[in-house]
Design a binder for this molecule. Structure first.
Ligand code: HEC
Ligand code: HEC
Length: 260
C-alpha cells in the first residue's frame, strides 16, 4: 500500500477561504492534518466497509443493502462513479478529499450520518473500497477542482443581484420555487439517473446536504450534482455573480424553520 500525502489543498483552503466563510456562516474552519488515504484496498478498509456501510450501500456497492429497500433518498449506488458532492466539474469523478469530506460530514436530510464514530484513518481506508466498486476510477481520473474566486460580501446590493439571477437569468425557481421551498412548477416531475423521484432542495430548511457554508453553496450550482437533475451552471456567470447568487440562496433560509 502506498499512502498518499493529503490535504495540502484543504490546508490551503482553510488558510484562505475559511476565514471569509466563517465570517458569513460561523462555521468552524477545518484544520489541516496529515491523513493518509491508501491508494489500494486494504483489509482495514474492507472490514470497515462491511461493518459500517454495507447494510445500506450493499456488499458490492450497488446501494442495495438489506436496509435500503424502503429508504428514500436511496443509499448511493457507487457502481457508476456518479457522486453528488464534489469540488470537481460537472460529470467528473470526485477527488478522494471530496469523498472523505462527505463521509465525515454526512448527508443532512438523509440516513447518511456523519461518520465521526470512525477514526480518521478508518474513514480514509474505505475510500479505495468505494472506488473499487466502479470501473470509472480505473479508466478516468478526477478533473481538477473548479476555481472558487474571492468572496464578495453579502450586502443588500449583492443579495438583490443574486435574486435577479435566481428569478430571471437562470430561473432556479422553476425547480426550487420562488421562495426556495423546493416547490417550483417543474418540481414534481424530477427523477434521478437511477429512476427514483427526487425533490429540488428546500432552501428554507437550511440543512444543505452538501454543507451550509457559502463556499459549499457556490460549489453546488457550479459543479452540479452528478446523477441528479440539478445541473451545473458553470459557464453562465462571472465569479462575482456566483457569490451574489450564493448569498441570495442563503438568504432564503428561514431561521424559524431550521430547528424543525
Ligand atoms: C443507514 C444507511 C447508510 C449507511 C449505514 C451508510 N450510508 Fe452512505 N449514504 C446513505 C444515503 C441514503 C445516501 C444518499 C444521500 C442523498 O443523496 O441524499 C448516502 C450517500 C453516501 C455517499 C455519497 C456521496 C456523493 O457525493 O454522492 C458516500 C460517499 C457514502 N454514502 C459513503 C458511506 C460510507 C463510507 C459509509 C460507511 C462508513 C456509509 N456511507 C454508510 C445511507 C447510508
Ligand atoms: C431541473 C431542476 C433544477 C433547476 C433548474 C435547479 N435545480 Fe438546484 N437542485 C435540483 C434538485 C433535484 C436538487 C436536489 C438534489 C438532491 O437532493 O440530491 C437540487 C439541489 C440544489 C442545491 C444543493 C443543496 C444541498 O442540499 O446541498 C443547490 C445549492 C441548488 N440546487 C441551487 C440551485 C440554483 C442556484 C439554481 C439556479 C441557478 C438551481 N439549483 C436550479 C434541481 C434543480
Amino acid at each position: 500500500m502506498k499512502p498518499k500525502a493529503l490535504l495540502s489543498k484543504v490546508g490551503l483552503w482553510s488558510a484562505t477561504a475559511a476565514a471569509s466563510a466563517a465570517l458569513v456562516i460561523g462555521i468552524a474552519p477545518i484544520t489541516a492534518k496529515a491523513l493518509n488515504i491508501p491508494t489500494e484496498v486494504t483489509e482495514d478498509g474492507k472490514n470497515t466497509y462491511k461493518k459500517f456501510c454495507s447494510a445500506c450501500h450493499g456488499e458490492e456497492g450497488k446501494g442495495d443493502g438489506p436496509v435500503a429497500r424502503s429508504m428514500l433518498p436511496k443509499p448511493r449506488d457507487f457502481t457508476r462513479g456518479a457522486y453528488k458532492f464534489r469540488t470537481t466539474p460537472s460529470g467528473s469523478l470526485p477527488t478522494d478529499e471530496d469523498i472523505y469530506r462527505t463521509i465525515s460530514y454526512g448527508v443532512p436530510n438523509s440516513t447518511m450520518i456523519p461518520w465521526d464514530i470512525l477514526t480518521e484513518q478508518q474513514r480514509a481506508s474505505v475510500i479505495p473500497v468505494l472506488k473499487s466498486f466502479s470501473e470509472a476510477f480505473e479508466v478516468r481520473k478526477p478533473e481538477a477542482p473548479v476555481a472558487v474566486g474571492l468572496e464578495v460580501r453579502p450586502t443588500e446590493k449583492t443579495v438583490a443581484e443574486g435574486k435577479k439571477i435566481y428569478e430571471e437569468k437562470l430561473e432556479c425557481w422553476k425547480c426550487h420555487g420562488v421562495e426556495g421551498r423546493g416547490d417550483g412548477p417543474s418540481a414534481a416531475e424530477q427523477e434521478d439517473d437511477f429512476g427514483f423521484p427526487i425533490k429540488p432542495f428546500d432552501f428554507t430548511t437550511g440543512k444543505f446536504k452538501g454543507g451550509n457554508s457559502s463556499r459549499d453553496v457556490y460549489l453546488r450550482f457550479t459543479t452540479g450534482l452528478n446523477g441528479t437533475p440539478m445541473p451545473s451552471f458553470a459557464k453562465e456567470l462571472t465569479d462575482e455573480q456566483r457569490w451574489c447568487l450564493t448569498h441570495y440562496v442563503i438568504s432564503l433560509i428561514k431561521p424559524e424553520e431550521t430547528s424543525k
